[in-house]
Every structure is written in structure tokens, then in C-alpha cells.
Design a binder for this molecule. Structure first.
Ligand SMILES: Cc1ncc(COP(=O)(O)O)c(C=O)c1O
Length: 495
């Protein structure tokens, strides 16, 4: 069990405060006559107020002296950032209003100058690839562990990091996912120690791990283990509003000023106070009530998985039978990953069936499995609805069809980088029909969303296997993301 900061009376008092929310609430009640932006002027007789309610409009404000400024905080935002840093055991916290996408790009740009090497698993979210393009850093990709049973990619091993550092001792940074979308965790403690011995900065994508520091049964959070930076999507699993995230910094290799400068290069000067206040409220709730909230959630998830694992044709990942014997260090039990292909269905079909027939929106589908994300807002009723839908699915489909199987290992492709992503991004490109793209160098990132892990990124060689896999996803009606919105065309290098 990990160490957690005790909720002493002093800590309770400290975190019981919500500096941004409190100031914003007071400000909204002052009946100020606004001759500043936003232009809706908090007018109650606008389409905006009738659509969203007067309260939302009255809280929507711009930066003022009273409300501080996200790019240069010295008042309430600074206080909120200090509280956030304390909650995560970090030296500094930077509140963000453009999701973890922005935090990840900022981490990479803060750690790497153009041409610096950064080690990362190939199953990164597209934001990390965008960070590579913008920074001009040179990616050194590690192949993540692959689980052919569930058809998912997992973390990276200590050994693979060690080998990669041996071949790239000049690497400036490493980028780790903690946890992966599916909840798997690498041995971050050992990897951080190893990297720091080589002067390599450790950047962590904790988009799906913002809840880790708030319950002793969760895997460790990156800041507590001494990582240099981490980005946490508090909006995903911590209870704040969509788009609100935090970049955390332990100041050692990377300095505060550098991160602030990079953030101010790109972040809006009109940050939404509703999003910022939601971070305040979520942080207070996590520190004060996280233990209790996640006790309940973990019990519900455990019961749900035990039920699902009794259902013919279904199998849910649990820490006990997953971590052992696999190259996985730990597992986040709030993720409900269920293998469904033995019912003769793909994960993509189950994803649609859940929405169409049970009114349940799952987080994502893979070929063999689906992922249900749980969070602080779940309760017995919502989890029961999920379990009942799986039960009905098993009753309807078990033994009615042959299990769905494909040579899944062939579908985990490690494309070959031919030229740097940034170079490819700035090269001349042409759009070709996908069949004609085989053998060409990609000029864009192409992915299914979610999870948003690119099949191919700028600068990688497009093979017939990549196109085969791409067509498989199109056939299964996955949401494809590419530059021009037409999945049958892809940009390749050349005129
Ligand atoms: C692993 C991972 N990292 C980063 C992100 C980006 O987070 P955000 O949506 O907050 O920008 C996502 C989003 O799904 C993700 O899955």
C-alpha cells in the first residue's frame, strides 16, 4: 500500500478552500456593469442564458485584477495552483484549459529543444506526436507490450527502457503513459531512477491517472515517484469539467520559468473561469473525500468484474489475474476492460450495441474488447446498469456465433520512421487514395478515435499491413481522424 498524505485538521483547512471558485462566485454577485469582454455581458435575456441557464452566464468572466490572470498568476489562480501542487505532491502546478493535449505538448517543448532525442512508446496519444512536430524533437520509439488475448497495447518494460538508453545515451527525455487507456502501469519508480541516473527527464502522461494520489490502492502517481513532469486530465477521472487539466512539475532538470514560458507561448489569454473553478472544486473533493469516494468505487468495480467474470463468453481484466505473469507492473482497477470476442462480436459491434440497445455510452472499443471508464460520479445504479447490459449481451450471444478471431499480432504494427515527423510535416504533400499510399511516406497522422493512437504518423513508411488494418477499421465503422476528413484519402510526401 502506498504512502498518502494524512488528512490532518490543518490539511483539511488548507484544502477546504476554493480560491478561484469563491472569488468568481463573489464577483458574479457584485452586479458590475460590464464594459469588458465577454460580449454577452451576463445579460439574462440572451439565447445563451436561455440555453445554458443564467448561472453559467453570470459566472463566465474574463481576467481582471480581482480574478487574476492564468498566464501570470499572482492572486487567486496562484493560490489554486499552490493547492493543486500540494494535492499531487509536486513542486508546481499549472492549471490548463485546453486539456491534457496542451499539457503534453508543453511538457515535450519544455524538455526538448529541436533535435533533442525523446524516448517514447509507439502507443502514445496523438498529442505527443504533435509535441514532437512542434518541438522538432527526435522520437526514439519503444514497442509497448502487447496483450493478444484482449487485443490491446500495454506499458513498456524496464528492460526495454534500459536497452533503448544503452543505444541512445544522449536522450534528453522519456515520455511514459501512467496508466495506459486500458489501466496498465509500467514500473515507473524503477524507470525514473534509471533515467535520472542518465540525466534523462521523465515526462508522464497521466491523462487517465488523475485519481491515483487519492487512494492507497491505486498505482503510484508520477509526482510522488519523482518524475519531472506529469499532465493529469482531472476532467477525465477526477471530476472537473471537460478540457480542464493540470501540468505538474518537480523542479530539478526542468525549471519553472521554462515551463511558464512555453505555456504562455500557446495558451489562451482568455481562460474560462468556469473550467478553472471546476479544477478548484474537484481538487477540494479529491483531497477531502477521495479516500471515501474511491473506496466505494473500487468496491463497486470489484463486484462488477466478479459478476462479469461469471458470464459465459465474457472476461474482465482484474489486477490479480492480470499483473501476474505479464510484463505489467500494476493495474488501475477503476477501468473495466471486457473481452467480448468470444461472443462472436467485435468490440466495435458491442460499443454500438451498448449505445443503441442499452443507452450506455462506453469509452472505447478495440477489436476484441471494450472499455468502460468509471469515475467519482458513478454509483451503484450506474454500475449495475453496466453489469446488467453485459449479462443481457452474454445471454443473447453466447454460443450463437463462432468466436471472432483475426491474426491479431499482425495488427500491431511498428511502422518504420523514414524522416523526422517535423520534416515530414513541413514537406510538400499530395493526397492519394489509400490503396495507392502503400510504399509512400506518410504526410499526416491517421488514427481511430478514441483512443487517438496514430496508426501512422508523418515521416513513417505506409505498408500494405497498415492499409489493411486501416480498411479493417473503416469497415467496422470506427471514427477515423485524418487531416481532410475523408478516410479513403491519405496525404503522402511528394508533389
Ligand atoms: C493517453 C491520453 N493522453 C492524452 C490525452 C489527451 O487528453 P485531453 O483530451 O485532456 O486533451 C488522451 C485523450 O483521450 C489520452 O487518452
Amino acid at each position: 500500500m502506498k504512502e498518502m498524505a494524512k488528512l490532518t485538521e490543518a490539511r483539511f483547512e488548507l484544502h477546504n478552500k476554493t480560491p478561484i471558485y469563491t472569488a468568481l462566485d463573489n464577483y458574479s454577485k457584485e452586479n458590475i456593469i460590464h464594459f469588458d469582454v465577454p460580449g454577452h455581458k451576463k445579460n439574462k435575456n440572451t439565447p445563451l442564458a436561455s440555453a445554458f441557464g443564467e448561472r453559467i452566464v453570470s459566472l463566465d468572466a474574463n481576467s481582471t485584477k480581482a480574478l487574476d490572470m492564468l498566464s501570470n498568476p499572482s492572486g487567486i489562480i496562484r493560490q489554486a495552483e499552490e493547492l493543486m501542487a500540494d494535492a499531487y505532491g509536486a513542486d508546481y502546478a499549472f492549471l490548463l484549459v485546453n486539456g491534457s493535449t496542451f499539457g503534453i505538448i508543453s511538457m515535450i517543448m519544455a524538455a526538448c529543444d529541436p533535435k533533442d532525442k525523446i524516448i517514447m512508446p509507439r502507443n502514445v496519444h496523438k498529442s505527443a506526436i504533435n509535441g514532437i512536430i512542434l518541438s522538432g524533437a527526435v522520437p526514439v520509439f519503444i514497442q509497448p507490450e502487447i496483450d493478444t488475448q484482449y487485443g490491446i497495447t500495454n506499458g513498456i518494460t524496464y528492460e526495454s527502457v534500459k536497452n533503448t538508453i544503452r543505444k541512445n545515451p544522449d536522450a534528453k527525455a522519456i515520455f511514459i503513459i501512467n496508466p495506459t487507456y486500458f489501466g496498465t502501469v509500467s514500473d515507473l519508480r524503477a524507470i525514473i531512477k534509471l533515467c535520472h541516473r542518465h540525466g534523462i527527464a521523465v515526462l508522464v502522461d497521466e491523462a487517465h491517472g488523475s485519481h491515483f494520489p487519492f487512494h492507497p490502492d491505486f498505482p503510484d502517481g508520477a509526482m510522488a515517484l519523482g518524475a519531472d513532469m506529469s499532465t493529469v486530465s482531472i476532467h477525465k477521472t477526477g471530476g472537473s469539467l471537460t478540457q480542464s487539466s493540470v501540468l505538474l512539475l518537480n523542479e530539478n532538470i526542468i525549471k519553472y520559468e521554462r515551463v511558464r514560458t512555453i505555456i504562455n507561448l500557446m495558451q489562451t489569454t482568455s481562460a474560462s473561469y468556469i473550467l478553472l473553478a471546476s479544477l478548484d472544486i474537484a481538487r477540494k473533493n479529491l483531497v477531502l473525500n477521495g479516500r471515501e469516494i474511491f473506496d466505494k468505487l473500487l468496491t463497486l468495480c470489484e463486484k462488477a468484474k466478479a459478476e462479469i467474470n461469471k458470464m459465459p463468453g465474457l472476461r474482465a481484466i482484474t489486477r490479480d489475474n492480470y499483473v501476474n505473469g505479464r510484463e505489467i507492473y500494476d493495474y488501475d482497477e477503476t477501468k473495466i476492460v471486457v473481452k467480448v470476442n468470444n461472443l462472436g462480436l467485435t468490440g466495435f459491434e458491442v460499443y454500438d450495441i451498448f449505445k443503441d440497445e442499452y443507452n450506455i455510452q462506453l469509452e472505447l472499443a478495440e477489436t476484441y474488447s471494450v472499455l468502460a471508464v468509471t469515475g467519482p460520479g458513478d454509483d451503484e445504479e450506474s454500475i449495475n446498469n453496466l453489469v446488467n447490459a453485459f449479462r443481457d449481451l452474454s445471454n443473447k450471444y453466447y454460443k450463437k456465433k463462432q468466436p471472432f478471431r483475426i491474426p491479431i499480432m499482425e495488427y500491431f504494427i511498428k511502422p518504420k520512421t523514414v524522416i523526422l515527423p517535423r520534416e515530414a510535416f513541413y514537406s510538400k504533400k499530395r493526397s492519394v487514395y489509400i490503396d495507392e499510399a502503400v510504399g509512400e511516406i506518410s504526410g499526416e497522422s491517421v488514427m481511430i478515435y478514441p483512443p487517438g493512437i496514430p496508426l501512422v504518423i508523418p515521416g513513417e513508411r505506409i505498408t500494405d499491413k497498415i492499409i489493411e488494418l486501416y480498411k479493417f477499421y473503416i469497415k467496422h465503422r470506427c471514427v477515423i481522424m485524418n487531416d481532410d476528413g475523408n478516410p479513403y484519402f491519405i496525404k503522402v510526401l511528394g508533389e
